[in-house]
Design a protein around this ligand. Sequence first.
Ligand SMILES: [Zn+2]
Length: 372
Amino acid sequence: MSATIRTITDIVEKLAPLSYAYEWDNVGLQLGCKEDTANKILTTLEITDAVLDEAVEKDVDMIITHHPLIFTPLKNITKDDIKGEIIYKIIQNNIAVYAAHTNMDIAPGGLNDYVAQQLDIQDTEVLDMKEKILYYKLVVFVPSGYEKKVAEAISIAGAGHIGNYSHCTFRTEGIGTFKPLKGTNPFIGKQEQLEEVEEVRLETIVPKEKLEEVIRALTDSHPYEEVAYDVYSLVNEGPPRGIGRFGKLSQPKTLKDLAEYIKYRMDIEHIVVAGNLKTVVEEVAVINGSGSDLIQAALHKGCQCVITGDVKYHDAQDAISQAINVVDVGHYHSEKIFAHFMAQYLKKEADKKGLKIDIIESSININPFQII
Ligand SMILES: [Zn+2]
């Protein structure tokens, strides 16, 4: 089965809905048309001139980037500046551009979690809460015998997840009544005849951002022509959602050993460390990209070390004076895994759906810095 750009954006947004992103960010489809075909996709941390050359040479239909190509509002698109020139070339080659940025960092199972996993950080929690997950209660009335099919469909679409449990539903049996009026085509009963049917009241919870998808799965899987369902707002708050993760190292390490371990696990030749190399570190925070503004948050969570990129001199000085250590792996190195992470996720989802698409990880090293 072939895919459209929309098929791909739906897959990405299943993991990282656009509503997860910070207000200041710019995510989603930035160039292109959702109805165009997507046979070949390139994943990259960022779109540079060299990455675009690679995309053109490999004849891709879509680029999925972590750093948004269009971030600040554009007043014009001309060839007089590098951004305009890149956009020009992308449009001339009919390539779609999609950005998955802070929504992908924040998403449970997204980039923050992937980096934490790479460093084998255990029992991770959100470091800086953006919001708490809002839930709705969904109640639907299903004819007896169809409740399993409907429950399965809505669970796959994202309903009924509580902590590490999926498929959480509750069922009660009862009698449903209805009278099909003129012009109907009832699944059970006849027109103008009052019916009493054994039904199951199926209830579950749905996170706000999954509601639309779950209702679609509900109406698609339910046998009735008109589906009777209720959606209630809930007051109870779900778990926090936000940026950065903190947790325990699988084994306590000195800062020096931790630094060596990070170099090995993240495949980095040199990293910058601020702190006492002999300190024993057990609780760490990790923020891919620029995370120095979360050093305080990590301190309050009891971390002895923050692993991030783009740490400024004064931030490092302040960290040392507050006895928290900082490992700066560099912005590039903290996020270079995006291309691989995104490609792996897309491949897995495309296989599940039987989609015939070619997914390529960019092979261009876009790190602007060299150590000599
Ligand atoms: Zn970044």
